[in-house]
Design a protein around this ligand. Sequence first.
Ligand code: SF4
Length: 310
Amino acid sequence: MIIKIGIPRALLYYRYKHLWESFFNELKIDYIVSPDTNRDIVRKGIAYAIDESCLSSKIYLGHVEWLIDQCDYILVPRISGYGSDGTVCSKFQAIYDVVANTFRDRNVNLLSYNIDPRVADFEMVSFLKMGKILGKRKSQCLYAYLKAKQVQNNAQLLEINEQERLLNINKLKILLIAHRYNISDKYIGEPILNLLREQGAVPIIGDIAPKRETLAKSSELTETLPWTINKELVGSIPIFKDRVDGIILISTFPCGPDSLVSEIIIRRVTDKPILNLMIDAQEGNIGIETRLESFLDIIRFKKDEFYGKD
Ligand code: SF4
């Protein structure tokens, strides 16, 4: 029987897409990724989610809904934490159960793998278990995992090199501190990236930085953050700060971790202009254009004042 896996284009997809897609490619397993987020996906996600959920996890449910009836399994990993590197937001810890319960009447088969170093659920072992569920031999799965890991590492290196090139461009550069699933999402982050580019600025993505370095550097701003991904984002600030002209913080309403982290950044990074943007389900990006334009105008004005106009 030919199996098709569905992959929601949301949340951890943006962190692991190369790993997941290469793993399935190597195992010759067919997969489908849900489309870019659109209004219909957002609308359905909102309808399925509880009000208290953040917009990012509402969008995730919209993507899961899109995949139902399109595939045999939907990939929903269960990630509890990354050991000494920190834990993850409770939305990630709960997402498998949330999806299973939300769509319990729709006959959905969920494919999962667990990451929880506290009980020795490490990534490689979990991928071997996932491959076994899909009927593949252990040696095939091990080869596929190692190959996929290499593809992911190479892709990250390419991104880092490309960002290094952008950092050397002689234009206004703005560091974006946002989860990758927000910044890369068509509905949340892409309009902001496009607006910045239209305004002649170069977006620099905080998430595109060597992860080990960001984790180490995060303690320069705070030593008490529990969440790995937030630590990586915070740690990217000392790496890029002196090479950019301003910082934009982007989060989705009502994200607990990001609210705390944004407050810490605003209080402790005092030598760069900072714009704090929160995107919610009702308003989306409405009003953002004006705020972005004013922010860039202020930065340009300050630069002219400091260096003098040509
Ligand atoms: S970190 Fe924030 S945006 Fe991400 S899943 Fe958790 S609550 Fe949502």
